[in-house]
Design a protein around this ligand. Structure first.
Ligand code: ARG
Length: 403
């Protein structure tokens, strides 16, 4: 093993990465640069700086990545209507390639030969970080302390913290916190009592949405405008991608939109149970499907829906920077050329329902579909022939099978 000279650590300032910082400094005896990304996790980032300083870190990077996150990662993914296993909006999965990209960028800038992350050996996140680093710069080594050190549980982690006098954060109730991952797209909560999927999740795991039962009795009507597949304004006000998602998170959270209690299949092999809150993302998925419903051709829409699970799985499994994801992205992006217009939704006690949609590029023709007399020439005899020919093989089969 060649000696490592400098490491860039993905650092949140939380318990795990604080311990990792200490462990890296002791184990490798080299300079550690910390990188803290602001992804809209809603946490103060200055305490992370103070903690890194106290641990003797000289090069501390805190970067606001909110706009890049939403514009270049969340929105492209949303164009696909991506859902993993039919339900998960991929809030953690989509953030990892962005963090990895910046880890690699900083490593190159400061001449570091390795990057390090705090993802555990049982999760998906280690795979996502490392596949992204592999794809972006194979010369950079990845250090995953959770797979290397002798600490094997949260209990041992707490003992290590105590021994090295590292502050252990507790939740509002004074208990050890859940494993939480938050950003502008979602909050994901795992661990502790949630590890038993037969247990109902206690109310206090929810962080950014109210219980739909307690949501306002009056529905709220909102409009979202799309331009070529991306949302550009809410209620007539044009805003940046991050501001738009922030706005929708507030609206959705207040109406209890976007809660999900899910058992999913991790790429690494096991099933896991998590609680997800994706208020803005849930509204955007409904709205995007709403605008696509009038602007996309049927075959184009159905092809998108066919490839969607594959695309979502690639993101879940960490292949954002792989050619097959980029190929599918090109197909998806191409489909969005006419996905422009406005969608109106009703937020009400946990639901975000499309109640109207309009577009200058609409393919919808009231004149064509109407039950009333139509001006457009539609020959009903064509329908008769259409059915007769489609029924041809079914009639042959029925005759042979003696039905
Ligand atoms: N299971 C989710 C995923 O793989 C979330 C992982 C991170 N969340 C956490 N609470 N540690 O995308």
């Amino acid at each position: 093993m060649t000696k490592i000279e400098k490491i860039v650590l993905s650092y949140s300032g939380g318990l795990d990465t604080s311990i990792i910082l200490k462990w890296l400094q002791e184990t490798y005896g080299c300079e550690v640069v910390t990188f803290t990304a602001d992804l809209g996790q809603g946490e103060e980032l200055e305490p992370a700086r103070a903690k890194a300083e106290m641990s003797g870190v000289k090069d501390i990077r805190i970067v606001d990545l909110r706009e890049e996150f939403v514009r270049d990662f969340v929105f492209p993914m949303l164009r696909a209507n991506a859902l993993y296993e039919g339900q998960y909006l991929l809030g953690s999965s989509i953030a990892r390639p962005l963090i990895a990209k910046h880890l690699v960028g900083i490593a190159r800038e400061v001449g570091a030969d390795a990057v390090a992350h705090g993802a555990t050996g049982k999760g998906n996140d280690q795979i996502r970080f490392e596949l992204a680093v592999n794809a972006l710069d194979p010369s950079i080594r990845v250090i995953a302390p959770w797979r290397q050190w002798t600490i094997r549980s949260r209990m041992q982690l707490l003992e290590y913290a105590e021994k090295h006098r590292i502050l252990v954060p507790s939740d509002k109730r004074g208990e050890a916190p859940f494993s939480i991952d938050a950003n502008l797209l979602h909050t994901s909560t795992e661990g502790k009592i949630l590890e038993n999927p037969a247990e109902v999740a206690p109310d206090h795991v929810y962080q950014r949405t109210v219980d739909p039962i307690d949501a306002p009795d009056a529905p709220e009507i909102i409009t979202i405008r799309f331009e070529r597949g991306d949302p550009i304004s809410v209620n007539g006000k044009a805003v940046t991608p991050a501001a738009l998602l922030t706005k929708l998170n507030g609206l959705g959270g207040r109406h209890g939109v976007g809660r999900l209690d899910l058992v999913e299949n991790r790429f690494i092999g096991m099933k896991s149970r998590g609680i997800y809150e994706t208020p803005g993302g849930t509204i955007l998925l409904a709205a995007h499907r709403g605008i696509e419903s009038i602007t996309l051709d049927r075959a184009a829409a159905h092809l998108k829906d066919e490839i969607m699970p594959r695309y979502a799985e690639l993101i879940y499994n960490g292949f954002w920077f792989a050619p097959e994801r980029e190929m599918l992205q090109a197909l998806i992006d191409h489909s969005q050329a006419f996905v422009s217009g406005e969608v109106t939704l009703r937020l009400y006690k946990g639901s975000a329902s499309v109640i109207s949609r309009a577009s200058p590029c609409s393919l919808y023709s009231a004149d064509l579909v109407t039950f009333e007399e139509s001006a457009i020439a539609f020959d009903h005899h064509d329908a008769e022939g259409f059915i007769r020919l489609n029924g041809l093989r079914l009639r042959s089969l029925a005759a042979r099978n003696g039905r």
